[in-house]
Design a protein around this ligand. Structure first.
Ligand code: SF4
Length: 440
């Protein structure tokens, strides 16, 4: 077992922990007489009506406190978020995006996590390759659910090859064990042409569907290839033809699953539709968007909200010039929404620009990987607007920083426009572009 740091970093105001007298710097030593070694064990132990905790105060005094928590969270954060260090992956996947990053980025970007605790707490996807039988039994005993699994293929030999790990072939067996113990799974497949597509994809989807309803959603996303692939496994990107073939194949399987299981179960990411030159499916086809956190169904979700929100634009005269930056993949989509706003909001002018991703090069076209440097280079000679609208996903989570470490402030100063980040939300999109609230 790894070394645990159970020192409290933060106590939420008005929380159960604050009421019990816990403070930042205290160490939570035991819960109901048990030591704990990670955030999962902590969560498991506190899920009681009443708990007794042993606390080592900052001055070294030890206190025993009984708390009636009523199954609720205590409201504390630990110095180490997971209580011990995040587990890194033991694979060398042939399609790994981190292996294709340019040199010189912030060190944390290169960290390859593969930690079931992060899957449970933050929705990260894990490969299940670095877990001992004991760890799997521990997850089952604590009923950690759901777990997000990067499956890629259910063919054991192919999975060992794709993940470059001779222990990678047991994934589907572990998933069966999870099912037998009532653990839910969301699954993803990174699809690589001529590797795990076509008949292999069919096999994987059918195998996973056999675990329904414990496998409760599957996303399929195309492999992302940057220009930095020297010495790496030769892979090719999806083109319009192979994207269209994949859509046809998956739609057929979706229809079959819908008839047999009552759900499509599997969802393709937007890139396939854009690459194939096809409309993304209607929002209903995503059945509540179970994989939206994984970027699947973003356009359909946005379009559905937009269609309702556009009716709420106030009937008045506007005077506003917006510059909007987006990744190449979303350009046509964002442009079509912008044109609809221009028609409805008299006096709003929106210039949409597709920012080519020179930082990563290759075929990287998604908005979330556009850097501040590329925005500056490609917009510096363009007419200025009252604002520069960007998708929130261009910034690091919770920070005003682009992937290349340029700050929002740096880009604003370079371009002479205030930046307005916008969530993937049709209402917010319209409000921020027209510069006023919608009339509900
Ligand atoms: S699991 Fe594979 S794709 Fe993920 S970080 Fe590790 S090597 Fe890269």
């Amino acid at each position: 077992m790894r070394k645990a740091d159970t020192t409290i970093k933060y106590v939420e105001p008005f929380s159960i922990a604050e009421e019990a007298g816990l403070e930042a710097g205290d160490k939570l030593v035991k819960i109901n007489g048990h030591e704990f070694h990670d955030i999962l064990e902590y969560r498991y132990l506190i899920s009681e009506y009443e708990i007794t905790i042993e606390v080592e105060k900052k001055d070294g005094a030890v206190e025993i406190i009984t708390i009636e928590s009523n199954y609720e969270d205590l409201g504390i954060e630990f110095r180490e978020g997971l209580i011990d260090k995040a587990q890194s992956c033991t694979n060398k996947c042939i399609f790994c995006f981190i292996d294709q990053l340019p040199k010189g980025m912030r060190e944390t970007v290169y960290f390859k996590d593969d930690d079931t605790r992060l899957s449970f707490l933050q929705g990260n996807y894990v490969t299940l390759t670095n877990m001992s039988d004991e760890e799997i039994d521990r997850l089952i005993a604590m009923h950690v659910s759901p777990i997000n699994v990067s499956v890629h293929t259910t063919n054991p030999e192919l999975r060992c090859k794709m993940l470059n790990n001779r222990f990678a072939g047991k994934c589907f067996e572990i998933m069966k064990k999870f099912k037998a113990n009532g653990i839910q799974m969301n699954c993803q497949i990174v699809l690589c042409p001529d590797i795990n597509d076509k008949s292999e994809l069919e096999r994987s989807l059918r195998d996973m569907a056999s675990l329904y309803p414990y496998v409760n959603s599957i996303s399929v996303v195309p492999v992302g290839l940057t220009a930095y692939r020297e010495g790496l496994y030769p892979l090719k990107p999806f083109n319009s033809e192979t994207s269209a073939e994949t859509i046809d194949q998956v739609e057929k399987i979706q229809n079959e699953f819908l008839e047999k299981l009552g759900t499509r179960l599997v969802y393709l990411s937007d890139e396939f539709y854009v690459n194939a030159g096809r409309e993304v499916p209607e929002a209903d086809s995503y059945e509540g968007f179970p994989q939206i956190e994984n970027g699947v169904g973003l356009m359909a979700s946005m379009r559905e909200e937009f269609d309702s929100a556009i009716k709420l634009i106030p009937d008045k005269k506007f005077s506003r010039h917006v510059v909007a930056a987006t990744g190449e993949i979303a350009y046509d989509f964002i442009k079509s929404l912008a044109e609809r706003i221009e028609k409805k909001a008299n006096g709003v002018k929106i210039d949409v620009y597709a920012i080519k991703n020179n930082f990563f090069g290759g075929g990287v076209t998604v908005s979330g990987l556009v850097t501040g440097g590329d925005i500056i280079d490609q917009l510096k000679d363009k007419p200025k607007g009252d604002i520069l609208a960007i998708p929130q996903s261009m910034l690091r989570d919770g920070e005003d920083i682009f992937l290349d470490d340029l700050t929002v402030d740096n880009v604003e100063k370079a371009l002479g426009m205030p930046i307005v980040p916008i969530m993937n939300d049709g209402y917010e999109f319209i409000e921020k572009l027209i510069g006023c609230e919608l009339e509900f």
